[in-house]
Design a protein around this ligand. Structure first.
Ligand SMILES: [Zn+2]
Length: 407
């Protein structure tokens, strides 16, 4: 079964070789992600859930069925590489107080921990599924989901199990904060995280993460958590340099982490290390928006050659948006990414932060994860911020949200 999706006003492929107009971009492109690339007046063929061909509509091959996009833009599905969807409760009062002048502190996480521990498995699952569905409607076809609001062996185990029900990109974040019952014994909590908690969670997870920040975990503790996770077969990623300058970014690079997330406060040494290493800098502009922190210096990272991703950090405390289009708009307006850089960072960048070659681009062989905008170009999520422009979403070639508007 093959489907020809045609009359695409602008097709963003992120595939090397696309846009040469010679009629063989998709077929000639390697399967790995490349820089932002787009084809005007394009078509795309989906076969068995994969992209089989992309190129100018006039040269499209025949297919079993045809979808007319009416000149609208098609992007790769968004890859949200940083989200915390397993929790109970909400913190709107804390947000309101923050907007009235109270500064954000990592300790607010503990109120969500209490609500999460008190919630049933069914409530945690329903909440996570609702947020994942909300993301899908806004074009996110791949999401990462962390534990980290349970902070007991049992509550972390059920958190990663719930996360595994909504995504394959599950991250064990037992080292989110030290829970209140270990306040006098942080070393005891670290032993629990690296021992029985990790052992209970590793079978459900792909990644290990740590909140390396003043008020959370220091560099030696964070290194111990990541090393224990690696020994259990998990790959590292780090919450780094969110609330102030610190050792998180350098630690992430040192440990070969796939991503250093936040990067709000960077030194020259941090930028140099990221540029020389393989760690993606994942920027979370919704957090700065929602906490009134200064935005990270994205231009400095990009100009140094660092691979940049953007993600939502959807969580009930520091940023409760599930919208990648909003994060694209913030990245453009507040962090001075070009519209092309922002869309790349939200798709191919996220894929690199998850070490995934099959998503985040639409080269031949990629999973057919597509977003149809009710707009003619990739610039619209930033150009028309806050407007629900995602008309239809396909994952692995299957229409999973919305509908194709009449041509
Ligand atoms: Zn986070």
């Amino acid at each position: 079964m093959s489907t020809l999706i045609t009359n695409i006003g602008e097709l963003v492929t992120n595939a090397p070789g696309a846009g040469d107009g010679a009629g063989h971009p998709g077929a000639a492109a390697p399967a790995g992600p490349g820089p932002f690339a787009a084809i005007a007046g394009a078509a795309l063929v989906v076969e068995d859930g994969r992209v089989a061909w992309t190129g100018p509509a006039a040269r499209a091959p025949a297919a079993d069925e045809m979808i007319d996009c009416g000149g609208r833009a098609v992007l790769p599905g968004f890859v949200d590489s940083h989200a915390h969807l397993v929790f109970a409760g909400e913190r709107s009062a804390e947000f309101a107080a923050r907007m009235a002048g109270t500064p954000y502190r990592a300790g607010g996480i503990r109120s969500t921990v209490a609500a999460t521990r008190a919630a049933s498995d069914g409530r945690l699952r329903a909440n996570a599924e609702r947020l994942a569905a909300e993301m899908l409607r806004q074009g996110t076809t791949t999401l990462e989901c962390k534990s980290g609001y349970g902070l007991t062996v049992g509550d972390e185990r059920r958190s990663v199990a719930v996360a595994a029900g909504i995504t394959g990109e599950v991250t064990f974040l037992g080292a989110h904060v030290v829970p209140p019952e270990f306040e006098a014994d942080p070393a005891g909590y670290l032993d629990l995280v690296c021992g029985p908690m990790l052992a209970a969670c590793a079978p459900h997870a792909r990644w290990v993460d740590v909140f390396c920040e003043r008020g959370a975990f220091g560099p030696d503790e964070a290194r111990a958590v990541l090393a224990a996770g690696q020994a259990a077969g998990l790959m590292p990623r780090v919450h780094a340099n969110q609330l102030g300058p610190g050792p998180g970014v350098l630690l992430a690079v040192e440990m070969g982490a796939a991503s250093a997330d936040h990067c709000t406060y960077l030194t020259g040494a941090d930028v140099d290390a990221l540029a020389a290493g393989t760690t993606v800098a994942t920027l979370l502009p919704g957090v700065e928006f929602s906490t009134r922190q200064p935005y990270p210096d994205a231009r400095r990272l990009l100009d140094a050659g660092v691979t940049v991703a953007i993600a939502t950090d959807c969580n009930p405390g520091s940023c409760f948006t599930s919208s990648m289009p909003l994060c694209i708009a913030l990245a453009v307006r507040e962090m001075r990414l070009t519209t092309q850089e922002a869309v790349w960072a939200a798709t191919a960048g996220g894929a690199r932060a998850l070490r995934r070659a099959d998503v985040g681009h639409l080269g031949a062989g990629a999973r057919a994860d597509l977003v149809l905008l009710d707009a003619p170009s990739h610039a619209y999520p930033a150009y028309r911020p806050g407007v629900p422009l995602v008309a239809a979403v396909w994952r692995a070639g299957e229409l999973v949200a919305g509908a194709v508007p009449p041509a």
